[in-house]
Design a protein around this ligand. Sequence first.
Ligand code: PEP
Ligand code: MG
Length: 589
Amino acid sequence: MNKTPSGQITIRGISGSPGICIGKAYLVDREGVNIIKRYPVSEDLVPKEIDRFKNAVIKAKNAHAKIIESLDQDLSENLNILETHMVLFKDKMLYGKTIETISQDKVNAEWALRKVSRTVRGMFEQVDDPYLRARVNDITQVSDKIMSFLVGAQDIQIRDINKRVIIVAHDLSPADTSQIQLERIKGFVTDRGGKDSHTSIVAKSLKIPSVLGLGSATNNVNNDDILIVDGSSGIIIINPEEDTLFRYEEKLARFQAYRADIERENHLPAITRDGVYLNLLANIELVEEVVSAKDNRAAGIGLFRTEFLYLDLNRFPTEDELLQKYKELVELMSPDPVTIRTLDINGDKFNPYIDPVEEANPALGLRAVRFCLENEGIFITQLKAILRAAAFGDIKLLIPMISCVEEIIQVRAVINKAIIELENEDKIFNKDIPLGIMIEVPSAVIMAEELADHVDFFSIGTNDLIQYSMAIDRRNRRVAHLYQSLSPAVLKLIRMTSEAAQKNGIDLFMCGEMAGDPINIPILLGLGLTNLSMNPASIPVIKKMIRSMDVVQARKDSEKLMNFKTTREISDFILEEYKTILPYREPEE
Ligand code: PEP
Ligand code: MG
């Protein structure tokens, strides 16, 4: 952190998504609830304050009861959690203690509730019993619910922010981020989050500048402070001096001109100078993003992350609800192909409604296909919806986090069960859809040849492949400097996967963020990748680059690059050899 005598503060974080914005700060805390202020309540107003609290509890309980009513019958597991919450609303420790604190400390209800819920959480966290420890989550959720009614829930959801502001938050979940209203929010910054975290992926797709991993942003920023967010360099400037503002206005204009230039040429095909055609596809999280995929002229959807619907609903969607979304997506994209990836829950997309067990190492836990195989009913519901949607367009089915051959055999068996159910129910569906797996765990690379016997395509997920092969938590900013796509180890894993796919005659895709970063393109082309799926916003930039490249040359270069021992040597070589075609970058300040 750097502070000038005039009060201008510069903080360096991690680039979330490129671009520059200048505007007023709007603070929200982690849960999307306005930061809680403490204020005194005079003796005579204490009963009124207690009533205000009781009213909020009643409203929160009623809203909760409605959610329970709307739940599908076969979700009894979920029902249990929700019913536990119902009891917690009136729990002595939370309810009784908050009322006591309001009258004893003579403070506002929000403050009292926050204080009590923290104390209760602290107590639970210290007990040995894992069941009781897991209840911490329930208490947080119940108290958040009450809190949102206390402060006026309707006004504080991220999707309801209606000023042209920059959001400053301790953390935003991918679900929070996906609620950002583009026309209103200029950009956002968070204390937490790392490169290629799901939050940053959603941010890139929204095309608004963001800086993550700032460590202490929310402590240094006040509501309405003027902020500059430089998402390209990963810095924020709080209360900039006039000179700084002026300089950034100019940078902003240059950035906009650069983007306009790239977009102007985007109608041209993604073909190299020596005539190799590349499939540039889009990664999306929401059906609404089809607009962005189409605007950026994606050749199809290479990765549809399906978990956000589950996270947004806070309950399991029904087969028909899923079908409706998937059908809408394929019909909008038709005749172009859509790859639907099955639920990749847990990891950094944890949601206690879906799985109440908080794990010590979520990235190594019951994530993605592991969760689906344990919860077969949920898996079958999704598979049936995908197979039914496949009757309306070109769909590929993609399974995340496969780490051994047994898992894909099990998956095939579950798909067969889904098919039998659909047949028995006389539903229209298409079972002849290509089945692929994400290659994102090192063991899957090692077993790539054996896995290739069971599937029609591979899709390399570099976000996780880097995380798991280099042992770097993709959300942890303290190790973000080690998270390098051009690490020789990562490149060797990609080469092994590409060779296995070629040898077995199956298609190869890449859908990790690596595919959308220009510096990686020469080596990816050289290693034989021609199907690249990325954030829609990256497509025009990558296309422009590809149109000035030569695959034969890229192959020669990649042979040289594969002999280098360090990331630095590899990136220096590419930066030098490809400097005329790599996109323009502002020099660092
Ligand atoms: C990946 O791991 O590279 C990937 C594309 O999947 P996700 O980012 O959703 O984990
Ligand atoms: Mg992944």
